[in-house]
Design a protein around this ligand. Structure first.
Ligand code: F6R
Length: 249
């Protein structure tokens, strides 16, 4: 695990965007695994500005999002489909047909999950997977549980996740109770992984991810076994780590 610590959120976002730029420059037809949530928003802003300044070209890129709420229409401004278009896709030249977000509105969820996994496989697999992390160390919507799930699946969200995500909805009752997410196994298959975290609230999850036992009760802990992973943190998220274990950038 490589751990890079940046002064603040802005610097973390810039660093993360530079990593995506390097990836897409070296391999223009890269397959990007993308996350939603507040953490990567600054990175998306940087990428949009790089695109506007003609520094990066997304015309051959394919994207797969980690997750989507179950039974929340894509027209709802809290759907992850909506989020991604608002924050990134509408402002860059990625082709519509190359954008993939799980469809939470389908009746046959199992078919949708295997369709999604097959799409990832047929696209050649994910070159770089961007991750945020929940306070309970969830990645995607792989909540703490008793086993690591392999592929895309439907999950019941934990009460703590519902509470954390309520900040985006009018009231907590509006937060969907279920979501479709890529499994820990699918995430792990990405060739490179870049996990972003900021703020003191994530410090414990980061500590457990880096030093804890590799157990499904701490979903992100499995990343300790990945051979090409970088954590990009702000100082607060890194506050519980031993300074010998990270590089200040
Ligand atoms: C979102 C996702 C989640 C978030 C996590 C952190 O696609 O996969 O795992 O990354 O809940 O969310 P924020 O960034 O809002 O703290």
């Amino acid at each position: 695990m490589r751990i890079l610590v940046c002064k603040n959120y802005e610097e973390m976002s810039k660093k993360a965007a530079q990593m995506i730029l390097s990836q897409v420059t070296l391999k223009p037809n890269s397959v990007l695994g993308l996350a939603t949530g507040s953490t990567p928003m600054g990175m998306y802003k940087e990428l949009v500005s790089m695109y506007k300044n003609k520094v990066i070209d997304f015309s051959e890129v394919t994207t797969f999002n980690l997750d989507e709420y179950y039974q929340l229409p894509i027209t709802n401004d809290q759907s992850y489909h909506y989020f991604m278009h608002e924050n990134l896709f509408n402002h860059i030249n990625v082709k519509k047909e190359n954008i993939h977000v799980p469809n939470g509105m389908v009746k046959d969820i199992e078919a949708e999950c295997s369709r999604y996994d097959n799409f990832i496989k047929e696209s050649g697999g994910i070159d770089i997977q961007v991750l945020g992390i929940g306070h309970n160390a969830h990645i995607g919507f792989n909540e703490p549980t008793i086993n690591f799930e392999r592929g895309t699946h439907l999950v019941d969200l934990k009460e703590s996740t519902i509470e954390a995500n309520a900040r985006f909805f009018d009231k907590i009752e509006d937060v969907p109770r279920k979501a479709i997410t890529m499994g820990t196994g699918s995430i792990f298959k990405a060739r490179k992984i870049m996990l972003l975290a900021c703020g003191e609230g994530k410090a414990e999850a980061i500590y457990n991810t880096v030093y804890g036992k590799v157990i499904p009760e701490v979903p992100a802990s499995i990343l300790q076994f990945h051979n090409d992973i970088v954590l990009i943190l702000d100082e607060e998220a890194a506050s519980k780590l031993n300074p010998e274990d990270y590089k200040i950038v």
